[in-house]
Design a protein around this ligand. Sequence first.
Ligand SMILES: [Zn+2]
Length: 462
Amino acid sequence: MHTAQLIVIVLTAAGLAWDAWLSRRSERQFHRPLPPAVADVYDRDRYADFRAYHAEHERLSRASALAGVAITLAALVAPYFKWMDQALGARPYALAFWSYALIWVVKTTAETIFSYYDVFVIEARYGQNRRTRRAFAKDTALDAAESLAVGGGGLMFTTWLLSRLSAWTGGGLSAGRAVLAAGIVAAILFAGMLAAAGLELFVLTRQYRLTPLPEGPLRDQIMALQAGVKRPITRILVYNESAKSTRKNAFMFRFFGFKAFGIADNFLSGNSERELLAVLSHEIGHLKHKRTLANFVPAILAAAGVLLLALCCARPGLPRAFDFWARRCYGLAHTNLMLDFALIKLVASPAAAALSVWHNFRSRREEKEADMEAVGNGYGAELIATFKRLSRDQLVDVNPDPTVEALTYDHPGMAARIAYIEKAMADQADHLGQKINPKSMPSNKNKNPRANRRLFKSVQSF
Ligand SMILES: [Zn+2]
């Protein structure tokens, strides 16, 4: 056993233990009574459904996690890469591609089986599925083609780049030229990411039918909600979620300059207009708030990536040393980029997990800010009603374990969320009550919606 395989086993085991710890906490939480904010979401029968549904999901996710571990271990501990090295070693493109493609086939097959079971057994049993097998096959094929194109294409490009890089840099570049070279590579990668995102958008338009919301009072009200927004969103699209599931969703889609509201047709048919406006108020809240530090994380990571790349251009010995170490651990005669990337990804996984905890924290805070926009517009009650109905319909876990929520939720859990909206509404009522009394509140300033928003900002910081 070499160091690389040992690291793989230790990190994989740590990941499994982490998941098991989280799922045990969730398990225990299910037996606790619901707090007042969400006590009326489920009646006794529906709550029994919820528990059974989540128990089945838990079993499925445990099985799928184990399958994932088995695939990782089979690739990174069994002599998979050695076989590939012996069969294809002299041909770098074939070696990288087939090393990737075989794992991709096994992974995609396993994922498809789990997802099929999820949709047609679990979701169907609890009345959550409407997809036909044909539509499922089409969506799965499109997703698979997209992941193969992005993953395989990226790997081929990197293979080409690295084979050229040593010729371009010779024994290493001066600092200035190294940064320039890294900048050019980063720009190419960025263009590739743009293309991948465009591809994702294209796949989405193949999976759903989008129709613009017709002119009329509803559209006018949505535009009126965006009064304070610099560049309001005019693309308001309804998508046919009813063909796939009972899910009701309304969201904002942002892709660089392109912005759109997406509204599930289920939402329009099953909820009141005020409920839709409540949800869109929330989305507009996201639009109004200034970008926070968290939004710069991708930029910071990209900058770090460019610097790392520049370091590799200036000192080509560094990546070569890593590659040499990996090859020695696996007994390979040739560089296998797929192996190098798999090892880097695994070694970086604890840092990625820590970053995601921080990202979740920031994200929950932004969600709260957006909720406060809806409360400020007078849609607090409708927002709560929508959350409760969605939770009941979709068997949402309304009272997640606080630790699990803090670590893994990018939206606040329903119990906490409804509680703070209720509190903000109560504060708003108090505030309006004070305003009527001229002695305590002589100025009329708080009619100004900006002042109101500041009030909610102070509420949400706790
Ligand atoms: Zn949101």
